[in-house]
Design a protein around this ligand. Structure first.
Ligand code: NAD
Length: 407
């Protein structure tokens, strides 16, 4: 395979944690990786452990991404890229209250978490292959304010907005954000072992009742950057439902360890009367991950969608006690939608999130995809990879979410 044939991804911050898990996932799938980190020693060591690609070897580029000139230099000799994953990020553990921080303290964190993703894209835009994908690793902290961590939440909220804006101006690319919840990276494991971090506190805020393994984030990054993901401008929360949880009681720890992420999917389809979705079904044996795609809500009249989601949930819960997923198709709203029906639709989406919170500890998941009710066969086919990802074992930490599929 020649250099031009190998799919190539550039990953920032791959010397540890989520970035390293992602590099392993892409390399295992035959991608060539360009690894960009300030920690050159770790990169040189780690790259030896990556599965080799046929043809061109993986590349290591040492750069401090808070320095614009070092980002600009990444363009020199850069290979053609199919994807960029802006993953490098830092938190602020100084405990200094925001109003007592000087501008330089804020600026350093913002330079890495918010400015670097934009600069990396700008530096490498000319080597992107047609249809390339950009994934920015934000955080649940960008959706809810986390105090005493300096500008961490603002920088991640900014990154989510920047992602949406870039998706609008570059519609030919697929630009998306990943929001991880609590992840057991090596660093987090070390803190837990040293008694400096209590994993129970993280689990209390997570309906799925456990923390994520970095490999679960790597699966999501591989999906967003590598497959037909019609989620441009959107955010994928891989957070066990923590971003939708608003309860005051502690979430219950789950007794269920996740199934292997490559467990095959068995997908049962409950179609709407237009019968366009059955082709997404997957047969499987007993050891498969059981999932349901339910399109029945597309048949519900405006004003009846909350009731239809509830009926679908009752049906699913009567068949599954644990470790299974329900993916609902909801009709997405036209901008001029009948205002009388808007409350019902909003209630239906929040019912999805609320069910996710009630079901989480049993590893029962529910997500929804808002689709054009008149979706044609082409749209249905294009949504296949997204449905199979969300419904499947790779997404066992994804629950309570509703995305809008592009037409
Ligand atoms: P990590 O600290 O384990 O790894 C960060 C990587 O970025 C390291 O390889 C580090 O060397 C590199 N890096 C740091 N500063 C850099 C700089 N100035 N220039 C170049 N490289 C630099 O982090 P992680 O926990 O794997 O997190 C990865 C991303 O996920 C971050 O953006 C983080 O904010 C986000 N995130 C993590 C969690 C979690 O629970 N771990 C939760 C939500 C979001």
């Amino acid at each position: 395979m020649g250099e031009h044939a190998a799919k190539t991804v550039l990953i920032t911050g791959p010397a540890s944690g989520i970035g390293w898990a992602a590099a392993q996932r892409f390399a295992a799938a035959g991608w060539r990786c360009v690894l960009v980190d300030r920690n050159g020693g770790a990169l040189d060591r780690l790259v030896l452990g990556l599965p080799a690609t046929a043809g061109a070897p993986h590349l290591v580029r040492v750069a401090d991404l808070t320095q614009p000139d070092q980002i600009a230099a990444l363009a020199l000799g850069a290979p053609a890229l199919d994807a960029i994953i802006n993953n490098a990020g830092m938190s602020d553990s100084s405990n200094v209250p925001l109003a007592e921080q000087d501008a330089a303290q804020l600026a350093r964190l913002v330079a890495l978490n918010l400015d670097a993703p934009a600069r990396v894209y700008a530096a490498l835009a000319r080597v992107l292959r047609p249809g390339a994908r950009i994934v920015n690793v934000a955080s649940g902290a960008g959706l809810h304010a986390i105090p005493w961590r300096g500008a961490y939440s603002p920088s991640k909220a900014g990154l989510i907005e920047q992602t949406k804006a870039l998706a609008r101006v570059r519609p030919e690319l697929c630009v998306s954000a990943l929001c991880p919840g609590f992840v057991r990276t090596e660093l987090v494991e070390t803190l837990i072992e040293a008694g400096r971090l209590d994993p129970a506190r993280a689990v209390e805020k997570t309906p799925i009742g456990r923390m994520a393994d970095p490999a679960e984030l790597a699966e999501a990054l591989f999906f967003l950057a590598g497959e037909g993901a019609p989620l441009s401008g959107q955010t994928l929360c891989v957070d066990g439902g923590s971003s939708v949880y608003g309860g005051s009681a502690a979430c219950t720890p789950t007794p269920f360890a996740p199934l292997p992420l490559d467990t095959p999917l068995r997908l049962n389809v409950i179609d709407d009367t237009a019968e366009r979705w059955a082709g997404m079904g997957r047969d499987g044996e007993r050891e498969c991950y059981p999932a349901t795609l339910d399109a029945s809500v597309l048949d519900a009249d405006p004003g009846k969608r909350l009731a239809a989601v509830h009926a679908a949930a009752v049906r699913f819960a009567s068949r599954h006690a644990k470790q299974a997923s329900l993916t609902l198709l909801l009709p997405h709203e036209a901008d001029d939608a009948d205002w009388h029906a808007a409350g019902d639709s909003g209630a239906a989406r929040m019912l999805v999130a609320t069910l996710a919170c009630e079901w989480g500890a049993r590893a029962l998941r529910i997500n929804a995809l808002a689709v054009n009710p008149q979706a044609n066969a082409h749209t249905v086919t294009r949504l296949g990879p997204l449905v199979h990802f969300v419904a499947g074992a790779q997404a066992q930490f994804v629950t309570g979410q509703t995305w809008r599929a592009a037409d």
